[in-house]
Design a protein around this ligand. Structure first.
Ligand SMILES: Cc1cc2nc3c(=O)[nH]c(=O)nc-3n(C[C@H](O)[C@H](O)[C@H](O)COP(=O)(O)OP(=O)(O)OC[C@H]3O[C@@H](n4cnc5c(N)ncnc54)[C@H](O)[C@@H]3O)c2cc1C
Ligand code: SF4
Length: 515
């Protein structure tokens, strides 16, 4: 799915609506704001969430990889950057990318927040707000017996090598270990905004309008198209057609690709030169090790451990993962007999997700084409390649320490590496074998584009998400990150959104007087 799903045509009349607050997008950021504005709804103010994606029925999460990827993700999860060196994954649904995330729930580190040097954005405040969402989302460590072998092998490999390794807290309730988190949980166990914040917001009087694509933002109004019911998901709450919605405050939470592109397409680029810029994505790749025997891998929660041993020295993180057959195939470097052999050993595969911790660069940015559609410019720089190479070496050591019989590392001279080569990895996994375009790099931790800061020359919003120079306009999603989170970001996004909601609550009456 990409671009508008339906065009009502020029003859369609534009309907008018009026609200006190309109929130664009219902993911980690938008969902959190919606719930935090319930006090306003209870006071009789009108609050609406406008979400492009549909509401899925519980029985529609079938776990079928290609079917669900096409329904849930923009471009089926394969949104390409301009130079085609990387794909980006982000979702379109009631609940946004929290419908497809894995639910690992970490609090941002103090050193990262301090490195941003934004007065009024303290780590203690973010920690405190993160704790609230950690509790709200039932975040906890899985019991030992709930951790599968794919995860245990990572743990034992790291421990043998002396690498620091931690267990991921996850936000599940009644997890049945189906391993399908990234295709939408079929057991209603994962506590995304579709399960927690949005239903609570709706119970509290906030309206959620699905299939509602905001196409333009102006001073205290948005234009939107409500798309008709499709082959899946529930019908929209409003009549399909074109709408112009006036609001005293507008909160943009359409995600890292869509928030900046919507604002750029609406003409905000002239007064905000940093709009779209300083994008970071934690460029990632999947590594695969093959064991001689069958292991439990695709049963059980996929992500139980991470290794942050190298985050400061080599700027990478390692996480356990288990991807579906198509995604795994896409991530192998090469074609022919060897990839086929590896894929046919699916039940013997151990997987590690490697994430480079990239730095914010103004040239990495979201732009728009002539039709106003997003175009993402991201150059995979030498620092990222160095991190990915170091991460491949560390992961290969972990696989062998865990007993793998061979490993596929995509920047090695041969498709498979064998245990007897373990002492020669510095030479074998090398820059000469790292070819962009041949190695499948993807990003799912998208950050920046409407970054927080103090000045409109290098930021878009202040530390409370208020857009510089527009008192009625707020941003409340992952695009606020001034630089990469260096960890899985959703809890921090909710903490940012919590601050934005607080500011909207404080300012709404003043904004009402100004209109
Ligand atoms: C496969 C995957 C796994 C992940 N796993 C984890 C994890 O384990 N832990 C973690 O911390 N993070 C994880 N993440 C990242 C996390 O999900 C995101 O960082 C987070 O959801 C981003 O929140 P957001 O509010 O910025 O955007 P999103 O959650 O993407 O929400 C944006 C919403 O805005 C809507 N929208 C866009 N444009 C418009 C428009 N014009 N009009 C109306 N609505 C619009 C979209 O449809 C979408 O629903 C994962 C991401 C992916 C893709
Ligand atoms: S592993 Fe747990 S949270 Fe993930 S899809 Fe299965 S039941 Fe849902």
């Amino acid at each position: 799915m990409s671009g508008p799903l339906w065009d009502p045509g020029p003859a369609c009349a534009t309907r008018e609506r009026e609200y006190d607050v309109v929130i664009v997008g219902s993911g980690a950021g938008g969902g959190a704001v919606a719930k935090e504005l319930v006090p306003l709804a209870k006071d009789g103010l009108r609050v609406a969430v406008l979400e492009w994606g549909p509401r899925f029925r519980d029985d529609e999460f079938t776990g079928r990889e290609l079917d669900m990827a096409g329904k849930l993700y923009f471009d089926s999860g394969g949104f390409l950057t301009r130079d085609r060196s990387m794909t980006l994954a982000f979702a379109r649904a009631y609940g946004g990318s929290t419908v497809v995330y894995t639910g690992t729930s970490l609090t941002i580190k103090k050193r990262v927040v301090e490195s941003w040097r934004i007065p009024d954005l303290g780590w203690e405040d973010l920690r405190h707000r993160s704790a609230k969402y950690i509790e709200e989302n039932n975040v906890h460590l899985l019991l030992d017996e709930e951790v599968n072998e794919n995860n245990r092998l990572f743990l034992s490999g790291c421990r043998k090598l002396g690498y620091r390794v931690e267990q991921f807290p996850v936000n599940v309730q009644g997890c049945r270990g189906s391993g399908l988190c990234n295709l939408g949980c079929p057991n209603a166990a994962k506590q995304g905004t579709n399960r927690v914040q949005l239903p609570a917001a709706e119970r509290g009087g906030v309206e959620v309008v699905t299939r509602c694509q905001v196409t333009r933002i102006g001073e205290r109004w948005v234009e939107a198209t409500v798309h008709p019911a499709g082959d899946f998901g529930l019908p929209p709450e409003w009549e399909p057609g074109r709408y112009r919605i006036r609001a005293r405050a507008i909160v943009v939470a359409a995600g890292v690709v869509n928030s900046p592109s919507l604002l750029l397409a609406s003409g905000f680029g002239d007064r905000l030169p940093a709009l779209g810029r300083y994008l970071t994505v934690h460029p990632a790749l999947i590594l695969v090790g093959e064991h001689a025997r069958r292991i439990t891998n695709y049963h059980g929660h996929p992500k139980s451990y991470y290794c942050d041993h190298f985050e400061e020295s080599d700027r990478f993180l390692l996480e356990t993962c288990m991807y579906f057959p198509f995604t795994t195939a896409k991530n192998l470097a090469g074609f022919g007999a060897e990839p086929a052999e590896l894929l046919s050993a699916y039940e013997r595969l151990q997987m590690i997700l490697v994430l480079a911790l990239d730095r914010a660069d103004p040239e990495n940015r979201v732009a728009v084409d002539r039709e106003g559609k997003p175009v993402v410019h991201y150059r995979v720089g030498e620092d990222v390649i160095r991190s990915l190479l170091a991460a491949m070496r560390a992961s290969t050591r972990i696989f062998f320490a865990a007993g793998a019989r061979r490993v596929h590392a995509p920047a090695a001279p041969a498709f498979f590496l064998h245990p007897e080569q373990a002492n020669d990895l510095d030479r074998l996994i090398d820059r000469r074998h790292f070819h962009l375009g041949r190695i499948s790099i993807s990003g799912a931790h998208l950050m920046g584009g409407c970054r927080m800061g103090t000045s409109p020359t290098d930021s878009v919003a202040n530390a409370w998400g208020e857009v510089h120079g527009c008192p009625w306009l707020f941003v409340a999603d992952a695009s606020l990150f001034p630089g990469a989170a260096d960890i899985n970001p959703y809890v921090t996004i909710m903490a940012f959104a919590d601050r934005v909601a607080e500011r909207v609550r404080e300012k709404i009456r003043e904004l009402a007087r100004a209109t």
